[in-house]
Design a binder for this molecule. Structure first.
Ligand code: SF4
Length: 138
Protein backbone atom coordinates (compact mmCIF):
# COMPACT_ATOMS: atom_id res chain seq x y z
CA UNK A 1 0.00 0.00 0.00
CA UNK A 2 1.10 3.56 -0.68
CA UNK A 3 0.79 5.31 2.68
CA UNK A 4 2.53 8.68 3.06
CA UNK A 5 3.12 9.97 6.58
CA UNK A 6 0.75 9.15 9.42
CA UNK A 7 -2.56 7.47 8.66
CA UNK A 8 -5.39 7.94 11.16
CA UNK A 9 -8.26 5.50 11.44
CA UNK A 10 -11.56 6.73 12.82
CA UNK A 11 -12.71 4.37 15.61
CA UNK A 12 -15.95 3.69 13.74
CA UNK A 13 -13.88 2.44 10.80
CA UNK A 14 -11.99 -0.22 12.70
CA UNK A 15 -12.78 -2.86 10.07
CA UNK A 16 -12.80 -0.64 6.99
CA UNK A 17 -9.90 -0.74 4.52
CA UNK A 18 -8.10 2.57 4.04
CA UNK A 19 -7.21 3.75 0.55
CA UNK A 20 -4.89 6.74 0.35
CA UNK A 21 -6.01 9.29 -2.25
CA UNK A 22 -4.41 12.36 -0.63
CA UNK A 23 -1.73 12.76 2.00
CA UNK A 24 -1.40 15.38 4.71
CA UNK A 25 -3.97 18.14 5.27
CA UNK A 26 -4.53 20.97 2.77
CA UNK A 27 -5.05 23.45 5.65
CA UNK A 28 -2.58 22.17 8.26
CA UNK A 29 -2.83 25.34 10.35
CA UNK A 30 -5.14 24.51 13.26
CA UNK A 31 -3.30 25.59 16.41
CA UNK A 32 -4.27 22.48 18.39
CA UNK A 33 -3.48 19.88 15.74
CA UNK A 34 -0.21 18.21 14.91
CA UNK A 35 -1.66 15.30 12.94
CA UNK A 36 0.01 16.14 9.66
CA UNK A 37 2.70 18.59 10.72
CA UNK A 38 5.74 17.85 8.60
CA UNK A 39 3.70 16.27 5.79
CA UNK A 40 3.24 18.40 2.71
CA UNK A 41 -0.28 18.00 1.34
CA UNK A 42 -0.56 16.25 -2.00
CA UNK A 43 -2.76 14.09 -4.20
CA UNK A 44 -1.91 10.45 -4.76
CA UNK A 45 -1.20 9.49 -8.39
CA UNK A 46 -4.04 7.52 -9.98
CA UNK A 47 -1.64 4.66 -10.71
CA UNK A 48 -0.85 4.35 -6.99
CA UNK A 49 -4.56 4.35 -6.16
CA UNK A 50 -5.18 1.60 -8.70
CA UNK A 51 -2.24 -0.47 -7.43
CA UNK A 52 -3.60 -0.17 -3.90
CA UNK A 53 -7.07 -1.21 -5.02
CA UNK A 54 -5.55 -4.27 -6.69
CA UNK A 55 -3.80 -5.10 -3.42
CA UNK A 56 -6.97 -4.58 -1.36
CA UNK A 57 -8.94 -6.75 -3.80
CA UNK A 58 -6.55 -9.58 -2.96
CA UNK A 59 -7.36 -9.29 0.74
CA UNK A 60 -10.94 -8.09 1.08
CA UNK A 61 -14.01 -9.83 -0.34
CA UNK A 62 -15.41 -8.88 -3.75
CA UNK A 63 -18.67 -7.83 -2.06
CA UNK A 64 -16.99 -5.30 0.28
CA UNK A 65 -19.59 -2.68 1.24
CA UNK A 66 -17.49 0.16 2.67
CA UNK A 67 -14.09 1.76 2.11
CA UNK A 68 -12.37 4.79 3.68
CA UNK A 69 -10.44 7.22 1.52
CA UNK A 70 -7.63 9.04 3.31
CA UNK A 71 -5.70 10.97 4.39
CA UNK A 72 -6.74 14.20 6.09
CA UNK A 73 -8.50 16.08 3.39
CA UNK A 74 -9.76 14.17 0.33
CA UNK A 75 -12.40 16.80 -0.49
CA UNK A 76 -9.53 19.12 -1.40
CA UNK A 77 -9.54 17.19 -4.67
CA UNK A 78 -11.78 18.34 -7.49
CA UNK A 79 -15.21 16.77 -7.77
CA UNK A 80 -14.17 15.34 -11.15
CA UNK A 81 -11.20 13.58 -9.58
CA UNK A 82 -13.27 12.26 -6.66
CA UNK A 83 -15.81 10.86 -9.14
CA UNK A 84 -13.03 9.19 -11.15
CA UNK A 85 -11.76 7.61 -7.94
CA UNK A 86 -15.21 6.35 -6.90
CA UNK A 87 -15.63 4.84 -10.39
CA UNK A 88 -12.31 3.08 -9.98
CA UNK A 89 -13.25 1.82 -6.52
CA UNK A 90 -16.43 0.29 -7.94
CA UNK A 91 -14.46 -1.46 -10.69
CA UNK A 92 -12.71 -3.44 -7.97
CA UNK A 93 -15.53 -3.55 -5.41
CA UNK A 94 -18.83 -3.32 -7.31
CA UNK A 95 -20.97 -3.63 -4.19
CA UNK A 96 -19.47 -0.66 -2.34
CA UNK A 97 -22.32 1.38 -0.89
CA UNK A 98 -20.37 3.81 1.33
CA UNK A 99 -17.13 5.73 0.83
CA UNK A 100 -16.12 7.40 4.09
CA UNK A 101 -13.50 10.07 4.66
CA UNK A 102 -12.36 12.82 6.98
CA UNK A 103 -12.27 16.28 5.50
CA UNK A 104 -12.23 19.91 6.53
CA UNK A 105 -15.35 22.05 6.43
CA UNK A 106 -13.49 24.48 4.15
CA UNK A 107 -13.24 21.94 1.39
CA UNK A 108 -16.89 21.02 1.69
CA UNK A 109 -17.84 24.71 1.53
CA UNK A 110 -15.78 25.14 -1.63
CA UNK A 111 -18.00 22.68 -3.49
CA UNK A 112 -21.29 23.68 -5.09
CA UNK A 113 -24.53 22.00 -4.08
CA UNK A 114 -24.78 20.06 -7.34
CA UNK A 115 -21.22 18.79 -6.83
CA UNK A 116 -22.08 17.62 -3.32
CA UNK A 117 -25.16 15.88 -4.74
CA UNK A 118 -22.98 14.10 -7.33
CA UNK A 119 -20.53 13.03 -4.65
CA UNK A 120 -23.36 11.73 -2.50
CA UNK A 121 -24.68 9.73 -5.48
CA UNK A 122 -21.13 8.40 -5.95
CA UNK A 123 -21.28 6.98 -2.37
CA UNK A 124 -19.33 9.71 -0.54
CA UNK A 125 -21.91 9.81 2.21
CA UNK A 126 -20.07 9.15 5.47
CA UNK A 127 -17.98 12.26 6.04
CA UNK A 128 -16.21 13.04 9.31
CA UNK A 129 -15.71 16.73 10.06
CA UNK A 130 -13.34 17.80 12.84
CA UNK A 131 -13.67 20.34 15.60
CA UNK A 132 -11.86 22.87 13.40
CA UNK A 133 -15.30 23.52 11.90
CA UNK A 134 -16.26 25.47 15.05
CA UNK A 135 -13.41 27.97 15.01
CA UNK A 136 -13.07 30.94 12.62
CA UNK A 137 -9.49 31.73 13.55
CA UNK A 138 -7.74 28.46 14.36
S1 SF4 B 1 -8.14 20.74 9.25
FE1 SF4 B 1 -8.11 18.90 10.61
S2 SF4 B 1 -6.26 17.74 10.04
FE2 SF4 B 1 -6.06 19.81 9.19
S3 SF4 B 1 -4.86 20.97 10.70
FE3 SF4 B 1 -7.04 21.30 11.17
S4 SF4 B 1 -7.64 19.72 12.65
FE4 SF4 B 1 -5.67 19.10 11.72
Amino acid sequence: MHYTGPVYRHPLEANTPILEITYGCSWNKCAFCNMYKGVKFGASPMEHIEEDLQELAGVYPHNLQKITVANGDPFALSTKKLLEISDMIREYFPEISVISCQTSIRNIMHKKQDELNQLYEAMYDDIYIGVESGCETC
